[in-house]
Write a protein that binds this ligand. Structure first.
Ligand code: RIB
Length: 301
């Protein structure tokens, strides 16, 4: 199987379940707070590992017990964490997550060590990019670093997949030219375009016009929309399930997509599988705690 490299964030999530999201000035009571391994980058690496891929995670953690939580979780999924940077003067990234009774979440990320990953760090680990087939990136580490990594991967002929979350105020337009597949959700697609669009076909056409061959827009319970130069336009639906917690569903989708592409499946086949993986994730609590193993995904392309 081809090799997947994830360059991105590692956070420990502090998760609180609440009956509804508090509004400004409101105080509400919740049960206990749980510590869960998370971070968009680490979630993708963990998911790809659980789904059977050969995966390396690159990013930065602090020298603290949160880093141990992340490393143990990733290692349990078979992810190579030996290249992670350890910043003695920084905390591992943290995320405060509230999940309401509908399973929706709101997330505040304190980047900590994630904010220290530089272009120079990527250059010093060029061997990781040379050695991979597929690079997965998100936007919880500095944008310049992501642009550098994506550019280098593209120069070396690798497949670059970008999960553009969280969407920054100023998205670097240059980055579009280094991406093979971009995977925003509906809100992120609108944020990237900076305008209201009438549905995912128009949004994906506009993103394609920026030079990206493959645009996937995830639509929550409605599935995912593909707009691909080679494979055309498709709306792929998902089965209906009771939603408990949507945290990491997008991360698991991206990882599952990469895993299937790494095994030689077409984009449409890979998205069908990613839809099923994300569907399982929303029925479970937490980030990495919600991600199924390959055996648990009863799915046949
Ligand atoms: O996508 C979910 C993730 O976003 C959480 O695990 C949290 O750490 C934030 O990075």
């Amino acid at each position: 199987m081809k090799k997947i490299l994830v360059i991105g964030s590692l956070n420990v999530d502090m998760v609180v379940n609440v009956p509804h999201m508090p509004v400004a000035g409101e105080t509400i009571l919740a049960g206990n707070m749980e510590l869960v391994p998370g971070g968009k980058g680490a979630n993708q690496a963990y998911a790809a590992g659980r789904l059977g891929a050969h995966v390396t995670m690159f990013g930065a953690v602090g020298s603290d017990s949160y880093a141990d939580i992340e490393k143990q979780s990733l290692s349990s999924a078979g992810v190579d964490t030996s290249h992670l940077l350890v910043r003695k003067d920084k905390s591992t990234g943290l995320a405060w997550i509230t999940v309401n009774d509908e399973g929706d979440n709101s997330i505040i990320v304190i980047p900590g060590a994630n904010a220290t990953v530089t272009e120079r760090d990527i250059a010093a680990h060029d061997c990781l990019i040379r050695d991979c087939d597929i690079l997965l990136c998100q936007l919880e580490i500095p944008l310049k670093t992501v642009v550098y990594a994506a550019k280098r991967a593209r120069e070396l002929g690798k497949t670059v997949i970008l999960d553009p979350a969280p969407v920054p105020q100023q998205f670097p337009e240059e980055l579009y030219s280094y991406i093979d597949i971009i995977k925003p959700n509906e809100n992120e697609a609108a944020q990237l375009l900076g305008e209201q669009v009438k549905g995912c076909e128009e949004a994906s056409d506009k993103l394609r016009a920026k030079g990206i061959q493959n645009v996937l827009i995830t639509l929550g319970p409605k599935g995912a929309y593909i707009n691909s130069e080679k494979e055309g336009k498709h709306l792929l639906s998902v089965r209906s399930v009771p939603v408990v917690d949507t945290t990491a569903a997008g991360d698991a989708f991206t990882a599952a997509l990469a895993v299937r592409l790494a095994s030689g499946f077409s984009l449409v086949q890979a998205v069908r599988y990613a839809n099923e993986v994300a569907t399982i994730v929303v029925t479970r609590r937490g980030a990495q705690t919600s991600i199924p193993s390959a055996e648990e995904v009863l799915f046949d392309n």
